[in-house]
Design a protein around this ligand. Structure first.
Ligand code: WT7
Length: 571
């Protein structure tokens, strides 16, 4: 195993002083980094933006934003003013502490202004990925009881306002908006707003952001994070992203997913570096250009993206000057050793894998710059985090045993609760103290963790977490579908793709047209990335006696594996 270790050559990393102290790190040390340590006034948006604007850094670039149409930059001072103005617009329409303000739009500077403005008012921001369709939007707005939605004229058609009694205002970001009782013209009001706002000071444990994510059963759950998460955002920015004052940092994730907020907003701005945001879709040319143009030094992306870049060929890569790059990281799905090798060969960079989840709020198990990398391993827990492999009773297992990847309670960015469903929150814990991730893994003798798979049926496709239940429920709404079971099927580029097994109602014929129709039904109602790429019709699906579709058996069918214990299957 050791022959494949990639040695660290970085002697000057931010973690140098901590390495040996491991899980004994005392998080309260980090509090001194924030202004509230002295003032007692807490707000993550203040710490991320205003604090820098009030220091010698006010003219430093906080944000380089670009997409196919826009090309802009904002200093910390300008970000402070813009987020104050956005806060004013929201305050004027009645947003106050604890309200849920959802933001459903493609990346743009306004998205970031609105999100920061929401936080400055002490309200809870709920970012929604722009690809969501009506059904997905409705579930999330309904469950959260959102009072305000910030969106665009292009997307507002997907918001079933009549079915959402708690939704009071639609803030539209676009040109020529006509206001009415519900509709609010963001841009006009923003231009007229005063660039100063009285920040709402909050408690460290007050709600800050609500990310909906999928499990194997039930509707998507609202994972609530609190302002206190800033402690870990900040510290992992130092230790794992290795951010230093002069860095230009690019996290490729959309803020609709937790990576795009914890590490696309909070970590870089808490650390006071220059943050790059590139809107629009993935394209290899565009991404290399972005790295070159902004002289990105630290780059955080995902295995699917690296695999697609790898697929685009090294000739393309060689056309760009990526000499500014210093540190490259990955998250979201297993990082294949082959991709790490490509990183070494093509870019001369080690790609550092990091492991964490929506629920954990920030990185927990990582490869940091000073560590030797074992390709295929997610790395080791960061200082202050205790990870272990436990059995189903919560007993810690010895090295090299497969089991549940679990984390000892007590890291600062842990979710506060599952919105509306405290019982769901409790179900994450075993034996009181262990947070159980739902991943299976093992730990080797040197303390490196190796991901093996999800224990539940959650699908990771192109780095996005999709719950089979949400798709199955949607499939059942199609008139032709009698039963549906959804699994992740291994795929070289996307990690997994979504495959649906379907039995049809009487009178429907199995054919490609119907497959296509069912696929676009899910696309239209949920989201493009949730639509099954493959559909297979079967006369009936394997079920337990209680009627639950046995996805495990579907997976075994798909992979030509033994179907295992079928004793609970209905005969
Ligand atoms: C699940 C969490 C928070 C980052 C984005 C995903 C999988 C995450 C890794 C990794 C293998 C990984 C796990 C985890 N995952 N990072 N480095 N290696 N798998 O957040 O949508 O909440 O998904 O993503 O299965 O449980 P998420």
């Amino acid at each position: 195993m050791n022959s494949s270790v990639i040695k660290s050559s970085n002697g000057e990393h931010n973690l140098a002083n901590y390495e040996s102290s491991a899980s004994e790190f005392d998080w309260s040390q980090v509090e001194k980094q924030f202004s509230w340590y002295n003032t007692g006034k807490v707000n993550i948006a203040y710490e991320a933006i205003d604090r820098h604007a009030e220091s010698g850094n006010k003219d430093k670039i906080a944000l380089y934003y670009s997409d196919a149409k826009r090309d802009e930059k904002y200093s910390y001072q300008e970000m402070k003013e813009a987020s104050d103005k956005a806060g004013r617009v929201l305050q004027d329409i009645g947003v106050s502490k604890g309200d849920r303000v959802f933001i459903f739009m493609p990346r743009s500077p306004e998205l970031y202004f609105a999100l920061l403005g929401t936080l400055k008012l002490g309200a809870i921001a709920g970012p929604l990925f722009e690809a969501f369709m009506e059904g997905a939007v409705k579930d999330r707005l309904e469950d959260s009881g959102a009072k305000v939605l910030v969106t665009t004229p292009e997307l507002v058609g997907r918001v079933p306002v009549d079915e959402l009694p708690e939704l009071q205002k639609l803030v539209l970001v676009g040109e020529n908006i006509e206001e009415d009782e519900q509709k609010v013209d963001f841009l006009t009001r923003f231009q007229q707003a005063s660039p100063s706002l009285d920040i709402e000071w909050v408690d460290r444990e007050d709600g800050m952001i609500l990310h909906y994510t999928s499990g194997s059963t039930g509707k998507p759950k609202g994972v609530l994070h609190v302002h206190n998460a800033m402690i870990q955002h900040y510290q992992t920015a130092k230790w794992v992203l290795d951010l230093k004052d002069e860095d230009v940092y690019w996290c490729t994730a959309d803020p609709g997913w937790v990576t795009g907020t914890s590490y696309g907003i909070f970590a870089p701005w808490l650390a006071g570096v220059t943050n790059v945001i590139r809107g629009g879709r993935f394209s290899p040319d565009d991404w290399y250009q972005t790295l070159e143009r902004y002289k990105v030094t630290v780059w955080y992306s995902a295995p699917t993206a690296f695999r697609m870049l790898m697929g685009a060929g090294d000739e393309l890569l060689k056309k760009y000057d990526l000499s500014s790059l210093r540190h490259v990281l990955s998250v979201g799905e297993p990082l294949n050793p082959e991709v790490i090798r490509w990183g070494m060969d093509a870019m001369n960079h080690r790609i550092h894998d990091t492991w964490w989840m929506t629920e954990t709020g920030a990185m927990l198990i990582c490869n940091y710059p000073s560590m030797d990398i074992k390709p295929g391993s997610m790395g080791k827990p960061i200082p202050g985090v205790e990870a272990a492999i436990v059995d189903d009773e919560g007993k810690v297992l010895p090295p090299n045993s497969m089991g549940n990847l679990a984390i000892k309670k007590g890291w600062p960015s842990m979710m506060k609760t599952i919105w509306n469903r405290p019982e769901k929150f409790n179900s994450y814990f075993l034996g009181g103290d262990w947070y159980v991730s739902g991943d299976s893994a093992y730990m080797d003798e040197e303390g490196y963790f190796w991901f093996q798979g999800r224990i539940d049926d959650v699908i990771m496709t192109a780095g996005e977490r999709v719950g089979p239940f949400e798709i199955e429920s949607k499939l059942l709404e199609h008139p032709a579908v009698a039963e549906a079971g959804v699994i992740g099927k291994p795929d070289e580029v996307r990690g997994e793709i979504i495959k649906a097994f379907i039995s049809l109602r009487d009178g429907y014929e199995e054919n490609e047209e119907l497959q296509e129709e069912i696929r676009s039904f899910v696309k239209k109602e949920l989201a493009g990335h949730a639509a099954p790429r493959e559909i297979e019709f079967r006369d009936s699906l394997p079920k337990t006696r209680s009627g639950k579709i046995m996805r495990r058996v579907l997976k075994a069918w798909e992979l030509d594996l033994p179907t295992g214990d079928l004793s609970t299957m209905e005969k």
